[in-house]
Design a protein around this ligand. Structure first.
Ligand SMILES: *Cc1c(COP(=O)(O)O)cnc(C)c1O
Length: 237
């Protein structure tokens, strides 16, 4: 465990150094880039160790696993949580419940039905408490998740008008087999379009272990980094 812990610290420091170098190279301030650690499939103890290393932003991608970790990580409200997986409409209430106890951002809003289900999960008088990215699908394969580029602005407007959601920007995953720089450039262009819907929705959630340098060059503000920091994921439970 001591050994594991120091390896975790080394990988985290190495990724953060690469983030700073990439930000410098792109003429950007590292402070405008949020590095989120994706802990999916790992036990809750990993989150506690990451917190001891100063990590404050944690991401999960399956609703049940996320709910379980909120119960098992001590003081979960001291962390900012991100849900980066595809979300079923029937999980909207559970997500809203979580958002009432911890700071929560949902990254993969990809359809109007999901916006409406999330918005309805609050009582009318309750303040907004869920930050939301609209996800764009940069492939031609609908199974990859995300809205079609031509539908993104409409979806962003729907989020902007929802009483209980706060539009943050665009989320994208680089397609397999395409140069990530080209894919992220398209995502950045779409983020500019979404900014016309709400000038405060300035964020771009892009970049994973294999492509965060390209994402930073394209203007990413939120990196979702898993294995480069956590090491290999255990097999899915
Ligand atoms: C798992 C996951 C990541 C992190 O992937 P790594 O390649 O391990 O960095 C980022 N984004 C999403 C949506 C994920 O599901």
């Amino acid at each position: 465990m001591g050994e594991d812990f120091s390896a975790l610290g080394r990988r985290l420091a190495s990724v953060d150094a690469q983030v700073r170098t990439a930000a410098d190279g792109a003429g950007r301030e590292p402070a405008e880039i949020t590095r989120i650690v994706v802990t999916k499939f790992h036990p809750p103890e990993l989150i506690t160790r990451l917190r001891e290393l100063g990590v404050g932003e944690i991401a999960e991608n399956r609703q049940q696993e996320f709910a379980g970790k909120l119960e098992r990580v001590p003081n979960p409200g001291d962390l900012s949580w991100h849900f980066v997986g595809q979300l079923q409409t029937n999980k909207a209430r559970a997500m809203a419940r979580a958002a009432k106890t911890v700071p929560l951002t949902v990254h993969a809003i990809d359809r109007v039905k999901l916006v409406d289900a999330l918005d309805r999960a609050w009582d009318e008088e309750e303040a907004p408490s869920l930050d939301a990215f609209v996800q764009v699908n940069l492939t031609d394969d609908p199974a990859r998740g995300g809205a079609r580029p031509e539908d993104l602005e409409m979806l962003a407007e729907r989020v902007a008008h929802a009483s209980h959601l706060r539009l943050r920007g665009v989320m994208a995953v680089a397609p397999l087999g395409e140069d990530p720089a080209a894919a992220f450039a398209r995502a950045a262009g779409l983020a500019d379009v979404v900014r016309t819907v709400d000038p405060d929705a300035r964020s771009l959630s892009a970049g994973m272990s294999g492509d965060f340098v390209e994402a930073i060059a394209a203007g990413a503000t939120h990196l979702r980094i898993g294995s480069a920091i956590t090491g290999n994921r255990p097999p899915r439970g």
